[in-house]
Design a protein around this ligand. Sequence first.
Ligand code: ZN
Length: 469
Amino acid sequence: MAEERSRRVFLSTSAALSAVALTGVPAGAEEPGDRGPGGAVRPQRPDPELRAILREIDEHRIEATVRRLAAFGTRHTLSSQTDPVRGIGAARDWIFAEMEKSAAKSDGRMTVELQSYLQPPAPPRIPVATTITNVVATLRGSTTPERVHVVSGHYDSRCSDPLDATKDAPGADDDASGVAVAMELARVLATRRPAATIVFAAVAGEEQGLFGARHLATQYKAAGTDVRAMFTNDIVGSSRADDGTRDPQTIRLFAEGVPTSETPAQADIRRAVGGENDSPSRQLARFVRSVAENDATGMSVRVVYRRDRYLRGGDHIPFLEQGYPAARFTEPHEDYAHQHQDVRVENGKQFGDLPEFCDFPFIARVARVNAATLWSLATAPGAPEDVRIRTNRLTNDTDLVWRRGTDPDLGGYEVVWRETTAAEWTHVIAVGDRTEARVDLSKDNVFFGVRAVGKNGRRGPVAFPTPLS
Ligand SMILES: [Zn+2]
């Protein structure tokens, strides 16, 4: 029996390889020892334009942003919105003015908005009706502006008592660091022309219950906005653990498996096909690794198969609730003496979220990971839609179908696959500009996905198929 099975693998491999030769996979693309059709999946190398973008990201500007935000004393959501020097209102106005400076260099492509709403009392953390304001800079895409990609940080802060709006709460790591990432990306990308839209957001109300991000996500949903990806950068300021060890070239990316927004019908399909590791957020996480782990960012991305850390939440969650793919960047280790703590010295130890505990070259590298990701998403075609596996007959090959995208720069498609036990896509088969492909490999034994390739050679995120009977 074992002998027969291995013979079948061999036969289907050689048959598929001859079919692949017709579809343009270069000879020799197959890795020695690989079994099955297609070449090995390789990371997407940064092209000269992306390398120039990454070089422009400036750790000194990031440091200046973090120090300026910390200098507002507190940015608590319940702090003063009118004091010109201290409190969240002064921070809001400063961020808006800085974003406007970036937009001024965009030839009108970037617009900046103060997105405010009145949050009714939501005890315990919003005891009285409170105006919550997001600062939202939108860089409109040149050819497919309807595809939207969001990068955010939260500019509110807190001290030990979540309701104390007067005590110092410098919030350097949590989360001036994330706001500095979003603002630096806005500055560097404002002068460029991505095909799709990129939004750079500084949101408020995170520490009181994710209020600003929830408002942003629900506004997008209500407007029918096609948000293809959202990344929150929250606590990305330091590479140092509380035991003093450093991990300066790793950033964690928390990405859920089973979608937060999954319906009972979707759950039935997921259980039937074993799709628990293939949510759109997981595909996004794989995409981040493929475009952002390289010599130009100097970083590795440690994907964590979990929505967020224990006992914690973040601004990606309201986007997940609306059915948008989203994930969270957070530093590799956290030092809880410098988060959510009153600024004080206890037994000779300094507590508090102060800029002196930030690692600014590290934040700049995190910004490069974000820039590589957002730029690659916004200059490649989007993930294919309506990707299906035909299941109306029992066969030992696999028929995939999908709907052709409308991106003017669309060049064609690739089918990717992996063993069901593998974390990452391992094999790729170029199939050209068409909307179906037959692969001589059983859909029962591996996972398949489909991704679009631009005429510029850039690849978009993978879409995972559902059954078509
Ligand atoms: Zn935070």
